[in-house]
Design a protein around this ligand. Structure first.
Ligand SMILES: Cc1cc2nc3c(=O)[nH]c(=O)nc-3n(C[C@H](O)[C@H](O)[C@H](O)COP(=O)(O)OP(=O)(O)OC[C@H]3O[C@@H](n4cnc5c(N)ncnc54)[C@H](O)[C@@H]3O)c2cc1C
Length: 458
């Protein structure tokens, strides 16, 4: 590629913080709140104009959480529940309202006096030996620098680590492809009664979810309190219509690439959250490919909605409420830490002396190239642990990773990337960073026993 030299000699330093958090998704939120509550002067840098990452601007407004995750994750869920902006009792999956969540997070972070810098994308880092001195950001004011003592990369894609020169892996070993991304969208004005009538008459179209019958799901949806309801997949209907219609190859692929058309209820009435697009063969840290993927995702969303509107009773008067502002990236860069969590650690329920979180999620790999999803459950009643070493970036003295870019293998990450997990891992990272900053210590010198005693989820 051709290159051009950009001459930037001096940029303004807009903040000197104890803890700098890059990315305000679940991991960044957990990290920033935990660090600030430990007394660290904290700044959070987010490229979007709202906090929350996938759970808000990514429209993945359903928190999956294992019983081992406590602390900030539970606090957020409880606050949303108090505002009737989450569906209660649905553990392990709790639908939340994304708009209410953005507002709640603004308030929670402001209350802790965290410096929130929205619309600020991390585009580089200033390094001295093995230490990061500043994160470089680009925003409406141009290029700026944010100095810090400890840095937490919670960008999902590991951008800060990558720009600092950290090692990383992507995707599976054989070809580097990761779990396929999905652009989430919501459909409004759906008549659930009619959808249930259809599903009761055509139980073969339920497609199976945790072995619930249509009647059990009806009870969950109309019960008090209302619960998470994962309704419909329509495999039989899709098969029948493909046989009867002259669909293009692209249309057939979109209808069959997932295990059907998956949708769930939301706290707002008659809203449906759809997790059914799949964009294959995309490198989500390649700007051009990501741009093309967003356009392809919206094309798929509109086609899926038109299919539902035409063929599924209850969707006749519905419309697309919104598509997500950011791509639903399940996996991109996995930054190499002092330890890499493995598939065996997950399935054999490994425990570690330096554990900072417990988790029980199973393997869930979305075929990067086409149809199907690999699910492997963990042993019932067992849990695995996340070692502190897997959030310490190899070769750096003041850089940590939290969330879906932490140091895990392709399979292990697929098990440990839920929103509840990322909030928990962020909380652990933020606590450790604040402890180290407060004591003028290196991250690797933090006393593990004392840290564990301070962690809500350990
Ligand atoms: C399609 C899909 C379905 C899912 N389903 C569920 C589910 O049902 N339940 C569940 O609990 N989890 C689900 N997950 C997983 C979960 O949403 C993510 O793994 C989790 O949100 C990751 O959290 P994170 O904080 O690491 O990253 P993200 O949520 O991706 O947040 C990263 C943040 O960093 C920001 N950012 C990125 N780069 C930069 C930069 N250079 N500078 C500044 N800011 C930056 C982003 O804008 C974003 O706000 C799903 C994920 C996907 C993609």
């Amino acid at each position: 590629m051709d290159t051009i030299k950009i001459d930037r000699k001096k940029v303004n330093i807009v903040e000197k913080a104890d803890v700098v958090v890059a990315g305000a998704g679940p991991a960044g939120i957990g990290a920033a709140l935990a660090a600030a509550r430990k007394g660290a002067r904290t700044v959070i840098l987010e490229r979007e104009f709202a906090l929350g990452g996938m759970m808000t601007t990514g429209l993945m407004s359903k928190i999956a959480i294992s019983s081992y995750i406590k602390g900030i994750a539970r606090e957020i869920i409880k606050k949303l529940e108090e505002q009737n902006m989450s569906l209660p009792a649905g553990e392990p999956e709790i639908p939340i309202d994304p708009e209410a969540t953005k507002h709640l997070l603004d308030n929670m972070l402001q209350k802790e006096k965290i410096n929130i810098m929205l619309g600020s994308q991390v585009t580089g880092a200033i390094k001295e030996n093995n230490k990061i001195k500043a994160a470089v950001i680009e925003n409406k004011s141009g290029c700026q620098a944010v100095m810090g003592s400890k840095f937490i990369d919670a960008t999902g894609d590991g951008d800060l680590s990558k720009f600092s020169g950290a090692n990383f892996e992507s995707g599976r070993k054989k070809d580097g492809l990761g779990s396929a991304p999905t652009l989430m969208f919501r459909i409004f004005n759906v008549d659930y009664e009619k959808v249930f009538e259809y599903i009761k008459e055509h139980p073969e179209d339920l497609g199976g979810y945790r072995d619930h019958t249509p009647e059990e799901l009806y009870e969950k949806y109309y019960g008090s309190p209302q619960e998470y309801t994962h309704l419909g997949r329509f495999p039989a209907l899709i098969e029948k219509l493909i046989a009867q219609n002259d669909y293009s190859e692209w249309e057939k692929r979109i209808l069959t690439q997932r295990d059907g058309i998956l949708f769930f209820n939301q706290p707002q009435p008659n809203h449906v959250l759809v997790n059914a697009t799949r964009i294959t063969g995309t490198d989500c840290v390649n700007a051009k490919q990501l741009s093309e993927a967003m356009i392809e995702g919206r094309k798929q969303a509109h086609f899926i909605h038109s299919f539902l509107k035409k063929h599924v009773p209850g969707f006749e008067n519905s419309f697309i409420g919104d598509t997500a502002e950011q791509m639903g990236v399940r996996e991109s860069r996995r930054i190499m830490g002092d330890y890499m969590l493995t598939r065996d650690d997950v399935l054999e329920a490994s425990h570690f002396e330096d554990a900072v979180l417990k988790h029980s999620g199973g393997i869930e790999i979305h075929n990067p190239q086409g149809q199907g999803t690999e699910f492997v459950k963990t042993k019932p009643g067992s849990y695995y642990e996340i070692p502190y070493r897997s959030i310490l970036v190899k070769g750096f003295s003041n850089l940590m990773v939290a969330g879906r870019c932490f140091s895990a293998s392709h399979s292990a990450l697929s098990a440990s990337r839920s929103i509840g997990f990322c909030l928990g891992l962020g909380e652990s990272a933020g606590t450790a960073a604040a402890v180290a900053a407060n004591n003028s210590q290196k991250l690797r010198n933090v006393d593990i026993n004392s840290l564990q005693q301070q962690l809500a989820s350990y």
